[in-house]
Design a protein around this ligand. Structure first.
Ligand code: SAH
Length: 323
C-alpha cells in the first residue's frame, strides 16, 4: 500500500475517497496488532451531570434545550459507582459531564481523590477549564483528560459553537499535554459542510498535538437541537477515519465510539479490525443515563457487572482479549 510516512492533507483527503479501502483497513489492523497487541481495553464511563452552560448546536445537553430534565449525581453516588466498576474489573473510569459550574475544580478534585483510593485510572471529560483547574485535577490524581476538538475547520467550528473557539479548544489540549495528562481528542463525522479535506485536517491535528487517545464517531441528529433534520454521519467514513488515525498515530488509543454498531462478529470489517482498540461502557445509573442524552440512543438498564461480562464475551468472540 503506497501511503507516505507523513501524508499531507491532499494525500489523506484522496485516501478517504478511495473506492476500495480494504488494503488500508488491513494496514491499520496490522499496525494496531504491532503497537497495541491483541487486547481491547474496556473503560467505564460515568455521566454525572447533564447541566451545561454551552450551546453546541449538535448536542442534546445544550443550555437552550428546555425539554431536558437536568440532573447531578451526588458525590457519594459517584464514588459508589466507581467502586462498583472497579470491583467488576474496570481499571479505567471516565468521568464525563456537561460544562457544569456546580462541579468546581475543588469538588471534582475531592471526588478524584476518593475514587483513586482504588487503583483505577481516572479520565476527566468535563470540557474547557482554566490551566489552573486542569493542574489542580492533575494534582488530585487525574490521569487522563478527554476533550474532543470536534472539527478542525475554523469556520465550521465557529458555526457550531456559539460559546467557544477552536483556538481555545486546541489551547486546552496543549495545556493538558504539558501537564502530563494522557490527552484525548477526537471529532465527529458527518457535520454539515464537512468534506474529505476537513476530515484530513482533523487527522493532522490529532498528529500535531499529538494525542494519546482519539474518539472519532458519527454525528447523530438530536430532535431538540438546531441540527435535528440533518442526516447522521456515515459509518463507513467513520471507520476510514479511524483506520487513518491508526496509521498516523500508531500508539494512539482509539475507541470504538458507542454510536457505531461495533460488536457484530458477523461483520468482517468491524471497527476493531479497522484500527480501534478501546471500548467504553456506560456505568451511569439507569435513572440518570436516560437523561444524559447527547444524541438519541436506546438504552437498557445499567448492570455494571453483567454488562462488563457480556462485553468481555463479545470481545472474545472476535478473537481478542478484553482487559
Ligand atoms: N462537555 C464535555 C463532554 C462533551 S460530550 C466536553 O465538552 O468535552 C462528549 C462528546 O459527545 C462530544 O465531545 C461530541 O463529540 C459528542 N457529541 C455531542 N453531540 C453529539 C451528536 N449529536 N452526535 C454525535 N456525537 C455527539
Amino acid at each position: 500500500m503506497g501511503i507516505p510516512v507523513k501524508p499531507d492533507i491532499d494525500v489523506l483527503a484522496s485516501l478517504l475517497e478511495q473506492p476500495d479501502f480494504s488494503q488500508i483497513y488491513a494496514l491499520a489492523d496490522k499496525i494496531r496488532e504491532t503497537h497495541k497487541g491483541n487486547q481491547v481495553q474496556i473503560r467505564a464511563i460515568l455521566e454525572f451531570s447533564n447541566h451545561c452552560r454551552r450551546r453546541c448546536r449538535y448536542c442534546g445537553l445544550n443550555a437552550e434545550n428546555r425539554r431536558l430534565t437536568r440532573f447531578r449525581m451526588e458525590p457519594e453516588e459517584m464514588i459508589h459507582a466507581a467502586h462498583e466498576a472497579y470491583r467488576a474489573g474496570y481499571r479505567t473510569i471516565v468521568l464525563q459531564s456537561g460544562e457544569d459550574p456546580f462541579y468546581t475544580p475543588e469538588r471534582l478534585g475531592e471526588m478524584i481523590r476518593e475514587i483513586k483510593k482504588d487503583p483505577i485510572a481516572v479520565t476527566v471529560s468535563c470540557g474547557e477549564m482554566s490551566a489552573n483547574a486542569y493542574a489542580h485535577l492533575r494534582a488530585c490524581g487525574a490521569d487522563r483528560y478527554l476533550i474532543k476538538h470536534e472539527t478542525a475547520d475554523d469556520q465550521l467550528y465557529a458555526s457550531l459553537h456559539p460559546c467557544g473557539t477552536l483556538e481555545n479548544r486546541v489551547a486546552c489540549l496543549r495545556e493538558l499535554k504539558q501537564l502530563g495528562y494522557e490527552t484525548g481528542s477526537g471529532f465527529m463525522i458527518g457535520l454539515p459542510g464537512q468534506s474529505a479535506r476537513t476530515i484530513a485536517q482533523d487527522l493532522l491535528l490529532l498528529r500535531e498535538i499529538p494525542c494519546d487517545m482519539a474518539g472519532i464517531g458519527p454525528f447523530i441528529p438530536h430532535p431538540d437541537t438546531a441540527l435535528k433534520d440533518l442526516p447522521a454521519g456515515s459509518i463507513e467514513t467513520t471507520k476510514r477515519a479511524v483506520a487513518l488515525a491508526r496509521i498516523l498515530l500508531p500508539d494512539c488509543n482509539l475507541p470504538a465510539t458507542t454510536s457505531l454498531g461495533v460488536l457484530n462478529p458477523e461483520e468482517k470489517n468491524h471497527i476493531f479490525s479497522c484500527g480501534a482498540n478501546v471500548v467504553m461502557r456506560k456505568i451511569t445509573p439507569t435513572r440518570y443515563k436516560r437523561l444524559y442524552e447527547i444524541y438519541p440512543a436506546n438504552l437498557g438498564d445499567t448492570d455494571i457487572l453483567a454488562q462488563r461480562q457480556e462485553l468481555e464475551q463479545q470481545i472474545r468472540a472476535l478473537g481478542r482479549e478484553p482487559v
